[in-house]
Design a binder for this molecule. Structure first.
Ligand code: AMP
Length: 413
């Protein structure tokens, strides 16, 4: 029969990959919980409306990348393409505005986007993300950036570069948008088709197009159109980043693919990643909570791709943890005793494996060697033979003292 395969753009996390991913989770927890963030997990799917309203109808994500389905009750549902809108929904739904602000939350979850798969771009991928909701203080923007810089650093992510900009308020952006549209229309002949097609719907995305670069160099920049308050906010974020020794580059062409951003936006890239160079990014979203039906509440946060971090990071080969005890036995009558001994050893804090494949005694020693077992206990009905695989020494010990002997041998007992 034809083999059933994983869907295109998805991947299996195999045991050899799991350790490195756990390191990302461990470091994320250490960095973020150290700064007062607490873990949140939201559902894998949400009402489609959350993303349509939150992320924005005109964005690529909502227009063509969502996995949307109808549930049995005829309601439109979508596999989450990003984490900020769901976290804001949870903030509103659980009345978190009553807590001390800003409420700081982090997540490590899977996300789904129907994109053309390539290295570093998948249809199911994982993001670690952090959101600080309830304060418009520029220190929030700066601190979130510092936290992502620290996380990437702790994970040895190579070739990292930080770009930062400000998008101002939606009102400033609306006026600027018209100005930009006029510029794009004036140069329509020099623009690639996909940019031309988006002049009405999403003109800011033209900054993402390499082919449009010559036209965009001459384009008016949103950064030059900020209100004095927004310009001051951005200047303070930059001052704080400088004080914190976070190197960054102001890039007025930086636009992000989600509509909810206001004021600060930033993106970390790595030179190790080729075409899909974004490691993580985020910014401020002062209107999002309101857009999804909550009280006016500012917020700021980021998300970083776990797979991209791992692609750009040093990954020392991780040896599986050593096995303390391998329980071998000479005939099947000893199987139950082996199961019992392995269980006792584990409950005492040892890593113990038992023979599970009916190997000969020689084969069992070979297997014990393969898994790097320090001790092998051979059950033969009477007393147990306990072999120290490091020294080669073998002794006969009473069944009930095997665990104690191994604990002592491992320096635990
Ligand atoms: P975004 O939510 O688009 O700002 O993405 C944040 C980060 O998630 C990016 O910098 C990437 O590291 C990662 N990411 C986004 N889309 C994908 C994808 N399709 N496959 C793998 N990682 C992704």
């Amino acid at each position: 029969m034809r083999k059933v395969q994983a869907p295109r753009g998805t991947f299996d996390v195999l045991p050899d990959d799991a350790d490195a991913r756990e390191a990302v989770e461990r470091e994320a927890r250490r960095v973020l919980e150290g700064a007062g963030y607490r873990r949140i997990e939201t559902p894998t799917f949400e009402a489609t409306e959350l993303f349509a309203r939150g992320v924005g109808e005109a964005t690529d994500i909502v227009r063509k990348e969502m996995f949307t389905f109808e549930d049995q009750g005829g309601r439109s549902m979508t596999l989450r393409p990003e984490g900020t809108a769901p976290v804001c929904r949870a903030y509103v739904e659980h009345g978190m505005h009553k807590l001390a602000q800003p409420v700081r939350l982090w997540y490590l979850s899977s996300f789904y986007r129907h994109e053309a798969p390539q290295a570093g771009r998948y249809r199911q991928f994982w993001q670690v993300g952090a959101e600080a909701i309830g304060s418009d203080d520029p220190a929030v923007d700066a601190e979130t950036v510092v936290l992502l810089a620290d996380l990437l650093d702790a994970l040895n992510t190579h070739g990292v570069r930080l770009r930062i900009s400000s998008l101002g308020t939606p009102e400033t952006r609306a006026a600027y948008r018209e100005e930009l549209q006029a510029h794009l229309r004036a140069h329509e002949d020099d623009l690639p088709r996909d940019v031309r097609d988006r002049i009405d719907l999403n003109p800011l995305r033209a900054f993402d197009s390499a082919e449009a670069a010559p036209v965009m160099r001459e384009a008016p920049k949103l950064l030059d159109r900020l209100t004095p308050e927004d310009a001051e906010h951005f200047a303070e974020v930059r001052r704080l980043l400088e004080a914190a020794d976070v190197p960054h580059e102001v890039d007025p062409t930086l636009v992000r693919g989600l509509d909810y951003y206001t004021r600060t936006v930033f993106e970390f890239e790595s030179t190790e990643l080729g075409a899909q160079s974004g490691v993580g990014g985020g910014g401020r979203y002062d209107r999002l909570v309101e857009l999804i039906g909550g009280p006016a509440t500012p917020g700021c946060g980021w998300a970083a791709g776990v797979e991209r971090i791992l692609l750009a990071a040093d990954r020392p080969p991780v040896a599986p943890p050593p096995v303390d005890l391998y329980v071998a036995f000479t005939d099947d009558a000893q199987r139950a005793a082996a199961l019992k001994l392995a269980g006792e050893a584990r409950r005492a804090g040892l890593r113990a494996q038992m023979e599970l494949a009916g190997r000969s005694l020689k084969g069992q020693f070979k297997q014990a060697d393969r898994v790097g077992a320090r001790f092998v206990a051979v059950l033969g009905g009477g007393d147990t033979e306990l072999k120290d695989m490091e020294s080669g020494e073998q002794r006969t010990v009473a069944g009930e003292s095997v665990v104690r002997e191994v604990l002592r041998g491992r320096g635990i007992g």
